[in-house]
Design a binder for this molecule. Structure first.
Ligand code: 4AD
Ligand code: MG
Length: 448
C-alpha cells in the first residue's frame, strides 16, 4: 500500500523522489502566483499542506473533493508545518459541489453534525476521536497482554440480563413464525426469550474459570431512556475477568495501571493529555474510599454548604451523578475508587463482605464524567450465590450453568467493565458520549 500521510510525515522521503498522496481537500487558498490546499486522509491532524507552483493545477479543487496528488515532499518555508507537498500533478477522483456539501468550513453545531452522522467523520474533531479510540484500544491490548490476559469473544445474543436492571433489548425474528407449518421453529426462535447483551461478564466468568485471565471489548446494549450525556443505547465495554484474584484492591490496580498507561502513551490527538497527566496523579496511587466514608463526606458537605444536592445523600441510597461528580471533581480532585457498596444497591453476582451488609466492589469515579468503571469480586461460594439469586428473585434453574461454575473447581475471581466511550470523552475533553462513537444510538434516535 502507498503510505498514509501520517506514515509519509513520520519518515519523509527524499525531496527528489516523487510521491503520491491520496486524500480529501480540506481547504484551498489561491494567491496570484501560488495556490495552497490542505489535503487530509484522516491519518493525522491537521493533514498536509500542498503547494501549487502552477496555480492552474489547483483550478478544479474544492473543499471535500477526493484527490490524488503527485509531487515532492519538501521542507516547508512557512510556519505551522515541517513539510509540504510541491504538487506536479492532480487527479480529482471524486468531485464535491462546494455549494451543497453539508460539511462547510465554518464551525458546525453538534446537533447539525448528529443529523449528518454519515458525513460528520470528515470533521477534524471526529477524525481525532476515531484515532483516539484506535490508540486507546491498542494500548489496552498491549497492557492486558503484558499482564497475562487473553483476548476473547463472548456472545451478543444472550438468555440473561446480567445487570438485572431490566434494560435489555429483547430480540425476535423479523418474519413472523407460522405455528401451522411443521418445519417452523418454535415461537421463540431460541425456544426461550433472548436479548442483546448488556454485559459480557457472566460469559467471561465461565472462560476465566478455564484460562484464568480473559478480556473482551464488546458492544453492549441498554434500553436506557434517560437523555444524559453519559448514556448510549449501544456502547462498547472493555471487560476483564480473572481467576485467583486476592482482593478488590487488586482489581483496582489493574484498572489504574491500564488507564495510566493509556494517558502516558497518548499523543496530541488526546486533547487533554497534559492536563490528565496532572489530574490523574500519574506518580502516585489513586484514592480508595469506602462507600460509607464517601456518604459521610457527602452528608457533611450537604449539611454545611449553602449549595445543596438535589438528592440528599444517605447510607443505603444510590450515589447520584451529582454526588459522583462532587466526590471526583471537588473532594478528591482526581480519580477515586469508591468501594464496598451496600448489597441492596448492586447486582446479585457481587461477593458478600464479612459484615453481611456490603459487597466487595468498586466504582471508579473520574472528574467531569463520574462513573467510568464498575467492578467487583464475584461470589464464588455456592451457598452464598444461591441465596443472592433468591434475594434478587432470580431462578436457580435459569442460572444453573452459572451455579455449576461454583460447583466444579470454584476459584475466587473478579473483574471489571470500563465504558469505552466515557473513557474517550475524558481523554479528549468531549462532553457527550454521543460524540465519542462513530454512529451513536440513543432512545429516540438511530439515523443510519
Ligand atoms: O456499571 P456497569 O453496568 O457494570 C457492568 O455491566 C458489569 N457487569 C461490568 C463488569 O464488571 N464486567 O457498566 C460498566 C461501565 C459503566 O461504569 C459505564 O462506564 C459504562 O459501562 N456504561 C455505559 N456507557 C455508555 N452508555 C451506557 N448506557 C452505559 N451503561 C454503562
Ligand atoms: Mg455501574
Amino acid at each position: 500500500l502507498p503510505p498514509t500521510i501520517r506514515q509519509l510525515l513520520s519518515s519523509p522521503t527524499s525531496p527528489s523522489s516523487s510521491v503520491q498522496v491520496n486524500g480529501w481537500i480540506k481547504s484551498v487558498r489561491r494567491q496570484k502566483k501560488l495556490s495552497f490546499a490542505v489535503i487530509s486522509d484522516g491519518s493525522s491532524a491537521p493533514g498536509l499542506q500542498a503547494v501549487f507552483v502552477d496555480p492552474s493545477l489547483a483550478k478544479g479543487l474544492t473543499n471535500g473533493a477526493s484527490v490524488r496528488l503527485t509531487g515532492k515532499l519538501v521542507e516547508s518555508p512557512g510556519a505551522g508545518q515541517e513539510h509540504e507537498l510541491q504538487v506536479d500533478a492532480v487527479d480529482v477522483l471524486g468531485a464535491c459541489d462546494p455549494e451543497t456539501y453539508p460539511i462547510q468550513k465554518q464551525a458546525l453545531s453538534v446537533d447539525y453534525l448528529r443529523d449528518n452522522a454519515h458525513l460528520r467523520a470528515r470533521t477534524d474533531a471526529v477524525t481525532a476521536m476515531l484515532r483516539v479510540r484506535d490508540q486507546t484500544l491498542q494500548t489496552l491490548h498491549g497492557y492486558l497482554k503484558s499482564q497475562g490476559f487473553s483476548y476473547t469473544h463472548t456472545p451478543i445474543l444472550t438468555s440473561s440480563d446480567c445487570e438485572g436492571a431490566g434494560e435489555a433489548f429483547r430480540i425476535a425474528p423479523i418474519t413472523p413464525v407460522s405455528l401451522d407449518s411443521p418445519s417452523a421453529p418454535p415461537e421463540e426462535f431460541f425456544s426461550r426469550p433472548s436479548y442483546l447483551t448488556v454485559s459480557s461478564q457472566l460469559h467471561l466468568e465461565a472462560l476465566a474459570a478455564a484460562i484464568s485471565r480473559v478480556y473482551t471489548l464488546s458492544p453492549c446494549f441498554r434500553a436506557e431512556r434517560s437523555q444524559t450525556n453519559r448514556h448510549l443505547a449501544e456502547f462498547w465495554m472493555l471487560e476483564a475477568e480473572w481467576a485467583f484474584t486476592q482482593s478488590v484492591d487488586e482489581v483496582c490496580q489493574v484498572v489504574e495501571g491500564a488507564i495510566k498507561e493509556i494517558i502516558q502513551r497518548g499523543d496530541a490527538d488526546m486533547a487533554l493529555r497534559d492536563t490528565l497527566l496532572d489530574i490523574s496523579h500519574s506518580d502516585r496511587p489513586w484514592t480508595r474510599m469506602s462507600y460509607a466514608v464517601a456518604v459521610s463526606e457527602l452528608e457533611k458537605y450537604h449539611e454545611s454548604s449553602t449549595k445543596k444536592f438535589a438528592f440528599p445523600p444517605a447510607w443505603g441510597k444510590t450515589l447520584q451523578s451529582e454526588h459522583e461528580r462532587w466526590l471526583a471533581d471537588e473532594l478528591v480532585r482526581g480519580p477515586v475508587f469508591v468501594t464496598d457498596y451496600p448489597v441492596s444497591l448492586k447486582p446479585f453476582y457481587m461477593r458478600l463482605n464479612d459484615d453481611g451488609k456490603t459487597v466487595a466492589c468498586f466504582d471508579l469515579l473520574i472528574p467531569r464524567v463520574g462513573e467510568l468503571v464498575g467492578g467487583s469480586l464475584r461470589e464464588e461460594r455456592l451457598g452464598h450465590l444461591k441465596q443472592a439469586l433468591d434475594a434478587h428473585g432470580l431462578s436457580r434453574e435459569e442460572y444453573g450453568w452459572y451455579l455449576d461454575l461454583r460447583k466444579y473447581g470454584s476459584a475466587p475471581h473478579g473483574g471489571f467493565g470500563l465504558g469505552f466511550e466515557r473513557l474517550i470523552g475524558w481523554l479528549s475533553g468531549i462532553e457527550n458520549v454521543r460524540e465519542c462513537i462513530p454512529m451513536p444510538r440513543w432512545a429516540g434516535r438511530m439515523l443510519l
